[in-house]
Design a protein around this ligand. Sequence first.
Ligand code: KG4
Ligand code: ZN
Length: 334
Amino acid sequence: MYILAIESSCDDTAAAVTDGRTVVAALTASQVEEHVLYGGVVPEIASRRHIEAISGLTDAVLQQAGLQPAQLDAVAVTYAPGLIGSLLVGVGFAKGLAFALQKPLVPVHHLRGHIAANYIQTHLKPPFLALVVSGGHSHLVLVNGYTDYQVIGRTRDDAAGECFDKTARAMGLPYPGGVHLDQIAMPGGDYTLPHPRVDGNPLDFSFSGLKTAVLNLLHNAAQRGEQVNVPQLCGCIRKTVCDILIQRTQLALERTGCTTLALAGGVSANSELRARMRQLCEQRGVAFYCPPLPLCGDNAAMIGVQAGYELAAGHTAGLDLNARATMDICENPF
Ligand code: KG4
Ligand code: ZN
């Protein structure tokens, strides 16, 4: 069962061919070099780069897989959530291909894809608890089945990746900030940063107070002409974000009795988060999964793997499929 998957929800154009949980071929065209000039993703530029790259990338991935288009069994595409102009490029392209080949069109939710990155080369099966942490989302999700989800905690404001990116930018680090912050972070700093108080659901997150505290700290230091030790401040920010994520995850494990935890999304590449979560799971006798580093960020292999389960559940789309900038992970497409 060969599935061609397309991912274009943000600033990476990606195409992959998967066969069940096996990745046959995968390619990504990154736009980082262009967006780095602006310190963040410029949506208009992202859409234009997707439309330039998508056709050639798909040809190349089919060649890498040694397949003719007619040998494909389905065409899958990320249709939500993300930058609408970027998503539309992938959705339009996938529709054209599915129509031309007369094959099923499989719409895939981006965060379901991130979770599915954990299925590649593992025997992970639902039910399990997933901590999904990306540039736009921070969720604690009960994965009850391959297409059955329950969100039990979510951020009230910024996502964890957004907090890393915005504080990194204020410290003068290049885009994407989270990656650079993680690389230069040093332990031993004594910067005091706030842990949020969130009323209501104790599994919910908040990162905007931490972001504001860092921005204030930098402004105050600049006004007083004081030097900030950037690597140590990065270490304190990383530790605080991890403390917040780990505290909620630990509580979620206790409350749900889940015996398996999976990390997902771009922030799951964070070195401290991976190490401390692994340690927490070992202490609690919980099985721990996190995607290999190249599959933490946006890629099409994860979309193809999830598409296999969506197809099995009958989740295919007609040629009237539209992209959606926001969409809950729990919502099934039709
Ligand atoms: O999943 P992703 O590639 O795109 C979205 O769906 O948003 O996640 C991107 C986010 C960015 O905020 C990026 O800074 C963050 O993941 N990120 C990291 C690391 N690698 C990527 N954050 C902290 N540490 C990292 N090593
Ligand atoms: Zn993503």
